[in-house]
Design a protein around this ligand. Structure first.
Ligand code: NDP
Length: 334
């Protein structure tokens, strides 16, 4: 049984040296337990937060503990009345080959209904984040302009596609020409901009001649700076993630821009709302039904970036925070 534990806490950007691969025996399930064998492990930006001891909405991974993570797992042995050997489940088994579970939180997956990896992406937590954040907080109306960054990732790509289905214009921001071409040519975004280009603020203003009505915030930093002057009166900003800052070790140098932000919120009556996907847990059945339907009908599309081998998870995770992934990052474990 291979497992990847947190070896030390990063200061700034994490490196593979902050993780350690350990080998141990495969555990046996006791009464009421199942043994899960990991098939796919999801890698997500929130894991950077779990590597840090700073206070947040979830408790950190301790040094020497297995890294957390959602998995698609197979029941390898069972002493649980409700789970049979061979069944596939969505679990939180973390970065390891095998894990024991008492069954709590396991969701049975039907491999005939959809490829099982979609439960980690478009039909899982990232998809639900896009669906709830956009529809509950962003509330786009037909003809409005919706902007989203990290737009080629699992959250952003669905945000833009749902915005289009609701009759809004979708403008995506992503790193590099290949991701931008994917957004406009394959996902139907109205425009796509490269945040590494020299004049993001100018490019964005040209792409949003009517201003911005909904900005789905995934990255913060320079992208938010470019967005803020373009936000219309009564614009909605679901604050979902701030990935450009996850490796920051101190606040950026001044001048302090907080007064500008607060004045913009006041005078333009902006609505900014932070959210964590599970705040909208009651929307999950609607999400599965609606996005599942759109996926089957080909009205939304998705892309996965599959990395082979548990031992490659640390490298892949470090790359995720830099944009090395193209699509939902998943590790094929076994
Ligand atoms: P992605 O697969 O999109 O990966 C993150 C992407 O962020 C990278 O691929 C990169 O894409 C982009 N990025 C990294 N640094 C920068 C930067 N400095 N400027 C602009 N873009 C950058 O991840 P997800 O779709 O899984 O997650 C997107 C966001 O949603 C994250 O912030 C995440 O933390 C958040 N999230 C929040 C949840 C919640 O409950 N609130 C739940 C799930 C996700 P590129 O190449 O385009 O630069």
């Amino acid at each position: 049984n291979r497992r990847i534990v947190l070896a030390s806490r990063p200061h700034g950007e994490p490196s593979p040296a902050h993780f350690r691969l350990e080998e141990g025996r495969v555990p046996s399930p006791g009464p009421g337990e199942v043994l899960l064998r990991t098939r796919y492990l999801s890698l997500d930006p929130y894991m950077r937060g779990r590597m840090s001891a700073a206070k947040s909405y979830a408790k950190p991974v301790e040094i020497g503990e297995v890294m957390v993570g959602a998995t698609v797992s197979e029941v390898a042995a069972s002493q649980h009345p409700e789970f049979r050997v061979g069944e596939t489940v969505l679990a939180s088994a973390g970065w390891q080959d095998y894990a024991l579970s008492n069954g709590a939180g396991l969701r049975r997956l039907d491999p005939e209904a959809a490829p099982v990896t979609t439960a980690l992406g478009i039909l899982g937590m990232p998809g639900m984040t896009a669906y709830t954040g956009l529809l509950q907080i962003g509330r786009p109306k037909p003809g409005e302009t919706v902007v989203v960054a990290a737009a080629a990732g699992p959250v952003g790509s669905l945000v833009g596609q749902i915005a289009r289905l609701k009759g809004a214009r979708a403008v995506g921001i992503a790193g590099g020409p290949e991701k931008c071409a994917y957004l406009t040519q394959e996902l139907g975004f109205d425009a796509a901009l490269d945040h590494r280009a020299s004049d993001l603020a100018g490019d964005l203003a040209r792409a949003c001649p009517q201003g911005i009505d909904v900005y789905f915030e995934n990255v913060g930093g320079a992208v938010f700076e470019a967005v803020l002057p373009l936000l219309n009166d009564f614009a909605r900003v679901p604050v979902c993630g701030l990935v450009s800052g996850y490796n920051l070790t101190e606040l950026p140098e001044g001048p302090d821009r907080t007064p500008l932000l607060m004045r913009s919120i006041l005078t333009r009556r902006l609505h900014l709302q932070g959210f964590i996907v599970w705040d909208f847990a009651e929307c999950e059945p609607d999400f599965i039904r609606e996005v599942g339907g759109w996926l089957r009908e080909g009205r939304v599309r998705h892309r996965e970036d599959i990395v082979d081998g548990l031992e490659n998870a640390p490298d892949a995770f470090v790359g995720l925070l830099r944009g090395a992934n193209f699509g939902k990052l998943v590790v094929k474990v076994g």
